[in-house]
Design a protein around this ligand. Structure first.
Ligand SMILES: [Zn+2]
Length: 219
């Protein structure tokens, strides 16, 4: 567990030896972690960072899996709706187009950005960051893409979209005959892979690797 820094000792310590808790702002000396160790804040218990093994290769595998799932998740039917003798296949993309054609262009734009464009941009930024570390080229571009990724993190809202789909399924279940499509399986898988990726891709190791520090990110 890291040690809190006495105020009078602050001025003598190099900044890269200090770390602040994201939750309670306690300033501590930065601990040196071995593989699979975690550092917690001694005051509030927040996990400051974890040192994971083989971060880059595992993250790359997850990013590529997420990119493969992205196309079927957005373009395969999430559900089939049968009502009054008519049936329709609903995909994420057809939802965006339907909103646009119904005169709700601004809603269509928000759904398109939060459910399709930003999640894809996030994945492409992560891919660029990981490739720049893996191949040892373009670290400055990697830093740029990783900054963009952190700005985009709060705007990709796949889980909100999924909640909307689930509410629609519950509400429509009494009114029409519904069957779930392969798209929903891919969509949930994409969501789970992205959560897993968030856990594996330890930010302090990625920042350190992009800055050229030896943190064994590729171990
Ligand atoms: Zn704390």
């Amino acid at each position: 567990m890291p040690n809190p820094v006495e105020p009078q000792a602050l001025a003598e310590r190099p900044l890269d030896e200090l770390v602040a808790c994201h939750e309670c702002d306690l300033l501590m000396s930065k601990p040196t972690l071995r593989t699979d160790e975690k550092a917690h804040c001694p005051r509030c218990g927040y996990e400051l960072f974890a040192h994971r093994h083989n971060v880059v290769n595992r993250s790359l595998a997850l990013v590529l899996t997420a990119l493969l799932l992205y196309v079927p998740a957005n373009f395969l039917p999430i559900m089939q709706l049968h009502l009054l003798g008519q049936s329709s296949d609903d995909t994420v993309w057809s939802g965006v187009v339907g909103l646009y054609n119904a005169g709700m262009q601004s809603v269509a734009l928000v759904v398109f950005l939060c459910s399709m464009a930003i999640p894809l941009l996030k994945l492409l930024c992560q891919l660029a960051v990981l490739l720049s570390i893996r191949l040892g080229v373009g670290r400055s571009h990697g830093l740029f893409f990783y900054r963009i990724y952190h700005h985009l993190r709060d705007w990709g809202m796949l889980e909100v979209y999924l909640m909307g789909v689930l509410v629609a399924i519950v509400k429509l279940a009494d009114m029409a005959e519904l069957s779930l499509g392969l798209g929903i399986v891919c969509f949930i898988s994409l969501l789970l892979v992205q959560v897993w990726l968030e856990v594996v891709m330890s930010p302090h190791q990625i920042w350190a690797a992009l800055s050229g520090e030896d943190v064994h990110a590729g171990d």
